[in-house]
Design a protein around this ligand. Structure first.
Ligand SMILES: [Zn+2]
Length: 277
């Protein structure tokens, strides 16, 4: 067994600065490359030889036929994580240290009070909608859209970032897990990468017009507050396809797209795939 006890961060930073063609200079052993900087909210994309078995903290990860695998770290994940690759008699282990991140506090006034403290009669609806979202994000497919260079679905002023602690109408609520992009109602939204539509809902209690796209291996993206959705469940989309329009439906104070990224139920930061706008 070969053990690589070092923190991988310096190698990954080098990889991030290189053009994609050269990023295959990997950390050695069975891991050929790893895209992304290990940090809370990050999605990482690994490449190994076909047929290699991969475990993260002892749990098996799906590996594509050509050797790609993905994993992500939640907002409050502090690490370290342990990645193990096995091929035949060969084993490589990597201890992954997570970079520290800090979070903003965001105060939002003027959202409808019933979306801050929902009335009792809305609770069953909220719970039903949450389970639809959970089910869509549990989709495990062999699609490969996660490997594409994600583009921004909408361009505009960033009005909310991943991870911020939020206070609605003076009351603390859950952290924000998306990126908010302000744009006029009706602005077209593009698919940031190819995938298949797994959820379409015209009017969820919190998120209004809501759409989820599966990009493969548990990676999904979610679009909230849409005024119009132009695709249906089961549709395949290509990167750049118009999937719907910006709106202000659900718990929103004005028209914007709230864009989210998940690895199964782990909520990630979409900017770890696009970089800054
Ligand atoms: Zn948002």
């Amino acid at each position: 067994m070969r053990i690589f006890p070092f923190a991988l961060i310096p190698l990954f930073l080098v990889a991030l600065l290189l053009p994609a063609a050269q990023a295959s200079e990997g950390p050695g052993g069975l891991l050929e490359s790893l895209r992304g900087e290990p940090a809370p909210g990050a999605l990482l994309i690994g490449k190994t030889a076909p047929g290699t078995r991969v475990q993260l903290d002892g749990k098996a990860l799906a590996v594509t036929e050509d050797g790609y695998f993905v994993f992500g770290f939640g907002r409050d994940d502090e690490g370290p994580a342990s990645l193990t690759l096995r091929h035949g008699d060969d084993t490589s282990r990597y201890d992954i240290t997570l970079a520290a991140r800090s979070w903003d506090i965001q105060r939002i006034e003027g959202v409808p009070q019933r979306t801050v403290t929902p009335p009792a009669e809305a609770l069953a609806r909220i719970s039903e909608e949450a389970s639809q979202v959970t089910a869509a994000r549990n989709t495990s497919s062999s699609l490969t859209g996660f490997r594409e260079d994600f583009i921004w679905p909408v361009r505009g002023r960033i009005t909310g970032v991943y991870g911020s602690q939020r206070i609605f109408n003076g009351e603390p609520r859950r952290p924000h897990y998306g990126v908010d992009i302000a744009a006029p109602t009706g602005t077209p939204i593009q698919a940031p990468a190819s995938g298949q539509v797994t959820l379409v809902h015209d009017d969820m209690f919190y998120s209004g017009g809501t759409l989820i796209i599966d990009h493969g291996l548990g990676v999904s993206s979610t679009y909230l507050h849409m005024s119009e959705i132009l695709v249906a469940e089961g549709d395949s989309v290509a990167q750049g396809d118009i999937i719907g329009k910006v709106g202000a439906t659900g718990r929103a104070t004005g028209p914007h797209l709230c864009w989210r990224l998940n690895w199964y139920q782990e909520r990630l930061d979409p900017r770890t795939l696009t970089g800054e706008m």
